[in-house]
Write a protein that binds this ligand. Structure first.
Ligand SMILES: [Zn+2]
Ligand SMILES: [Zn+2]
Length: 259
């Protein structure tokens, strides 16, 4: 498996850090995990065409994880309508329950009713277990409640060639995130809150260190940074409870994993 971080940030976009998105290459497939603002630019920066994407897995509907999904869709929709050379294959989009309705509403609100009556791109509610090629994907419900509103949120665990990569999406401390990261070779974790901030939005650094240690994570990759908390300080706090390899994630960082 090969992982490229497309965006290690959140809503605060800049040249060096865009919102949540990852490219996972395994079993001959190109899979996007989340599709926040900046994803399409980052893909073009690494020379990957949007028309080469086989599947997209959305962790939850917050725009820092989804707002390039509609532009991605429109790349296909417009090319299929106008271009002489039309796309011959289309990505499958997986996400929380209601992903199709989400896109439909988005399309209507945008006054571009392009999702209706064109079904070449399929939107599928995530199942707890599924397979794409030889890649096994497991979805775990996680707690993620921001501004007093609970999101339908999932952590994903991708298994291929005996190796496992876990994506937390956005997760507060809960049983789901612990199951998802158990014995993971790489755990990509939203590391947004320093020690002392508790609650249902994100784990804090102390909790991240503790669950990673307890669940024997091999390599911890920290992402989803806000500009007002230093990643270096967050990293140090995580390390107080976690003895394994830990990396501060950056946009365009490539993380190979044999298997
Ligand atoms: Zn979120
Ligand atoms: Zn987020």
């Amino acid at each position: 498996m090969k992982l490229t971080i497309l965006g290690a940030g959140t809503f605060f976009a800049g040249i060096n850090q865009t919102a949540s998105a990852y490219l996972l290459e395994a079993s001959g497939l190109k899979i996007l995990v989340d599709c926040g603002p900046g994803t399409l630019v980052r893909l073009s920066q690494i020379g990957v065409s949007v028309f080469d994407i086989d599947a997209v897995f959305i962790t939850h509907f917050h725009p820092d994880h989804t707002s390039d999904l509609f532009p991605l869709f429109m790349n296909y929709r417009i090319t299929d309508t106008l271009a002489k050379k039309k796309p011959t294959r289309f990505p499958q989009i997986f996400g929380p329950e209601g992903i199709y309705q989400y896109m439909l509403r988005y399309s209507r609100l945008s006054q571009l009713r392009s999702v209706e009556g064109w079904e070449k791109i399929k939107f599928t509610d995530i199942k707890s277990k599924q397979k794409l090629g030889d890649v096994k994907i497991e979805a775990f419900k996680v707690l993620h409640k921001a501004f007093n509103y609970k999101a339908k949120a999932y952590a994903y665990r991708f298994g291929y060639g005996g190796k496992v990569i876990t994506f937390s999406g956005d997760a507060a401390k809960c049983p789901g995130i612990e199951k998802a990261c158990k014995n993971a070779d790489i755990f990509i974790c939203d590391c947004s809150f320093p020690r002392g901030i508790k609650g249902p939005v994100h784990m804090n650094t102390e909790e991240i260190g503790q669950i990673s240690q307890k669940n024997r994570v091999k390599k911890l990759l920290l992402t989803h940074f806000y500009p007002f908390y230093s990643p270096q300080i967050l990293f140090k706090e995580v390390k107080e409870n976690f003895s394994g390899e830990t990396v501060i994630g950056r946009d365009l960082m490539k993380v190979p994993l044999e298997g």
